[in-house]
Design a protein around this ligand. Structure first.
Ligand code: BYC
Length: 315
């Protein structure tokens, strides 16, 4: 088959909603785009453990601590499913981790902001997981089979994460004057960075057009961002809090909420490695990787011992 025919058959499959599987023929650019997005996504889950892990030792009650540990552990699991999905595209987990630790690979801008108070655990759950889930529900129908299947499982856990974040803020919003202020402050600090999670506006998004044609993405960055604004502007009424944007108002013609302009200089600055915590996140990841070396070596030695025992038995 000529390259042209292969490409046509591939696009026909996508148009008919048939999943692309690891051993199927695919254009090199499709493989690369998926690898880029899935590995960035995996890194986000893993780096995303750090801002929340920061509060495990300081959670206000035993129950809150148990919930937070479980949530952070879930994020580790998500990272692992996603690294496995990315490996089906012909790279190794070692390579992906090396790219993360060297600063070559990207991860979501959101995890370069600090978690300053307990209310941030609520805001991260409600806003950050809330933004992630809108994106991820769409990705359950992405065209690459291993990515889509990983997302189905991840989404089930993320929807619980979002509810626990909202409940954490709900309790604070009904608390003392100080707790209410802490809740509002966390919302104020996490709102704009959460909007940035959806990526640059469509006119600046270099990958969107092709990714939509290949059904890797089903909605554009701006469509998902608008869906998020509409959802949160309604939910915040239950908290009795406000969003830090005086331009939010219902637009009857569009049937959506209008909202203010995102600070795109801040966004690109964080993406390029100059956000409040970029340096700190990479330092911690590199230190952890170094300190975990003996665990990886022990696991490999154990696997080798087991393999030799099986080989000896067979012989
Ligand atoms: N941060 O052409 P565009 C979680 C980059 S974690 C950094 O629109 P695309 C959780 C983009 O990579 C879940 N970089 O790109 C965990 C591209 O650069 P390259 C996180 C960003 O790929 C713990 C360039 O900008 N979710 O749930 O079509 C606790 C141009 O952008 C960002 C995911 O990772 C950003 N925000 O669309 C709590 C979802 N935005 O690669 C919660 C998976 C854009 O060409 N990823 N860039 O050098 C995606 O869906 C897509 O990659 C994006 C961007 C929507 C993010």
């Amino acid at each position: 088959m000529s390259l042209h025919d292969l490409e046509k058959t591939f696009q026909d499959k996508i148009d008919k909603e048939i999943k692309i599987e690891p051993k199927d023929w695919m254009p090199e650019a499709y493989r690369k785009t998926n690898l880029r997005q899935i590995s960035q996504h995996a890194h986000s889950e893993i780096v995303g453990m750090l801002p929340e892990g920061n509060w495990i030792t300081r959670a206000p009650t035993l129950k809150r601590k148990a919930i937070l540990i479980a949530k952070v552990q879930d994020e580790a699991g998500h990272g692992l499913y996603l690294y496995s999905a990315a490996e089906t595209l012909g790279t190794s987990r070692e390579q992906m981790v090396e790219d993360l630790n060297s600063g070559k690979a990207k991860y979501s801008s959101i995890f370069n902001y600090p978690t300053l108070t307990w209310a941030d655990m609520g805001a991260v759950g409600w806003l950050v997981d809330g933004a992630a889930i809108l994106n991820q529900v769409m990705l359950c129908r992405t065209s690459y089979g291993p990515y889509a299947r990983a997302m189905v499982r991840i989404c089930k856990e993320e929807s619980f994460h979002q509810r626990q974040g909202f409940e954490t803020l709900l309790v604070l919003s009904k608390g003392t004057k100080e707790q209410k202020a802490m809740c509002q402050d966390a919302i104020n600090r996490w709102w704009w960075p959460s909007l940035m999670m959806f990526g640059p506006k469509d006119s600046e998004s270099t990958n969107s057009d092709q990714s939509i044609k290949w059904k890797i993405k089903r909605k554009t960055n701006d469509e998902l961002r608008q869906q998020f604004v509409d959802m949160i502007t309604e939910q915040i009424k239950l908290l009795g809090m406000t969003l830090p944007d005086e331009n939010i108002r219902w637009n009857k013609e569009r049937n959506h909420y209008d909202f203010g302009e995102i600070n795109w200089d801040e966004f690109w600055n964080v993406v390029k490695g100059n956000g409040p915590c970029n340096k700190q996140r990479l330092e911690v990841k590199n230190k952890d990787h170094q300190e975990g070396l003996w665990v990886r070596e022990a696991a490999l030695a154990y696997a080798e011992k087991k393999r030799l025992r099986v080989t000896a038995k067979v012989a």
